[in-house]
Design a protein around this ligand. Structure first.
Ligand SMILES: N[C@@H](CCC(=O)N[C@@H](CS)C(=O)NCC(=O)O)C(=O)O
Length: 185
């Protein structure tokens, strides 16, 4: 099995955690934007090859990893909704990051201002959830941990107004598969 991605991507990190948790042996192939544009129709990482199977989105890859060991991916509707909310905030955060890196003034457009507002309102909502302070973690928690850690690493957010998220992330930092997949300093 081959997982293509970067060491900094939060989507890739979640896949690496799921594969580690499943105990699956996989090769990690570091892939930059030029290579992902060539090899995947989505022109993004992660993507995964497993024999005849070719998956081009982290959620499909994580489900594949869970099914390898007979567990279900996001079985409940509330869980699915929370996972989608984290993804919406993460997608906005990565979009703004890439736009700003390309020189776009993200304060100048209603669309980009709405994306920034979505990140803040989602953080407030996620901060109101009952979150664990230690393992076991489900895929909502793991996606949230990957999002928060990446957004802090890239200076996109602060958790000053979201103390529960801060405590949650501190707990997750001690979970071995999460700690072992942290972006290199
Ligand atoms: N929905 C996708 C999102 C993946 C994604 O946005 N990956 C980023 C890396 S963090 C990427 O490759 N972006 C390159 C681009 O959008 O050009 C997933 O869950 O896999």
């Amino acid at each position: 099995m081959k997982l293509y991605g970067s060491y900094t991507s939060p989507y890739v990190r979640h896949c690496r955690i799921a594969l580690l948790e499943a105990g699956v042996t996989f090769e990690f192939i570091e892939t930059d934007q030029a290579a992902s544009a060539n090899k995947s129709p989505t022109k993004r990482v992660p993507f995964l090859e497993d024999g005849d199977i070719f998956l081009t989105d982290s959620s499909a890859i994580i489900r594949h990893a869970r099914e390898k060991v007979g567990t279900r991916f996001l079985p409940g509707i509330a869980e699915l909704n929370q996972y989608c909310m984290v993804n919406a905030a993460l997608d906005s955060c990565t979009n703004l990051f890439f736009l700003q890196r390309d020189g776009v003034d993200i304060q100048a457009y209603e669309y980009t201002k709405r994306q920034a507002a979505r990140i803040e309102s989602s953080l407030a909502e996620l901060n109101s959830l009952l979150l664990p302070t230690q393992a076991p973690y489900n895929d909502v928690h793991l996606r949230l941990g990957c999002f928060l850690a990446w957004a802090l690493f890239r200076n996109r957010i602060t958790l000053d107004a979201h103390k529960k998220l801060h405590t949650f992330l501190n707990g997750m930092n001690t979970y071995q598969p999460f700690a072992n997949t942290a972006p290199p300093v």
